[in-house]
Design a protein around this ligand. Sequence first.
Ligand SMILES: Nc1ncnc2c1ncn2[C@@H]1O[C@H](COP(=O)(O)OP(=O)(O)OP(=O)(O)O)[C@@H](O)[C@H]1O
Length: 263
Amino acid sequence: MSTTSKPLLEVNGVTLQYKTKEYLITATYRVDFKVYQSDRFVLLGPSGCGKSTLLKAVGGYLTPTEGEIRLKDKIVTMPGPDRMMVFQEFDQLPPWKTVKQNVMFPLIASGKLKGRAAEEKAMQYIEKVKLAAFANHYPHQLSGGMKQRVAIARGMAMEPDILLMDEPYAALDALTRKKMQDELLLLWDDTRFTVLFVTHSIEEAVKVGNRILLLSPHPGQVTAELNSTGEDTRDASGKSLSERINTMLFEENVEEEEEVVHV
Ligand SMILES: Nc1ncnc2c1ncn2[C@@H]1O[C@H](COP(=O)(O)OP(=O)(O)OP(=O)(O)O)[C@@H](O)[C@H]1O
């Protein structure tokens, strides 16, 4: 990330609400952050602080009540191929499609490419994630880490500006989760994609992110923004980054009732 370059994604004073006839829930309140090219930007905060809601808004599935979201200076108003969501649980790859067919699918479904061109583009990204030898395999023949690479290749083949990942490892056991995080970082070393990553694990945020945005409990507001080297380094006072984050997130928190305003 270079602060002198222009941000890729800007979230400016974004308030997000869920409104129905019966209720109004404020999920985030006036959130600001900027994501730069090749950032691994993590949204971190307790359950219910609005991380997924923010990601949905960046994806264009939800319109801010207040503020704006800009991608390459253009206001986000709807979903688009410039923002690809990498789905939670990589078993969502259709099992009846081969690796190549899985990666080709969004290219064809979106009308971006057809036939041979779609196949070539898919193969280009399958090679990037080092799965060329498995292009004709089916998802059940792959390890979890390989499935993750297919899911990322599928997102990257669309050549989006940013990949969106919502708690991708939440359902995994600790060992598999660690492996998947390592795989993601290796892949990032090779390709330098930009990713906006949601988690509520401090450990995961410190490892996966180069920048971490801390959100307060419901409704989510920015508490702090921190850099991470990937190591849980100690500062001059002897406190590790994860300890400092833990203090910032939880020290003064009292368990709060969800704020539901009946209208
Ligand atoms: N579709 C919805 N309709 C109404 N309220 C919703 C909806 N989705 C989320 N919310 C509410 O918005 C708030 C933020 O939810 P969100 O899922 O964004 O939080 P989160 O930080 O991603 O939580 P978690 O870590 O548990 O996934 C919560 O109070 C939640 O109950």
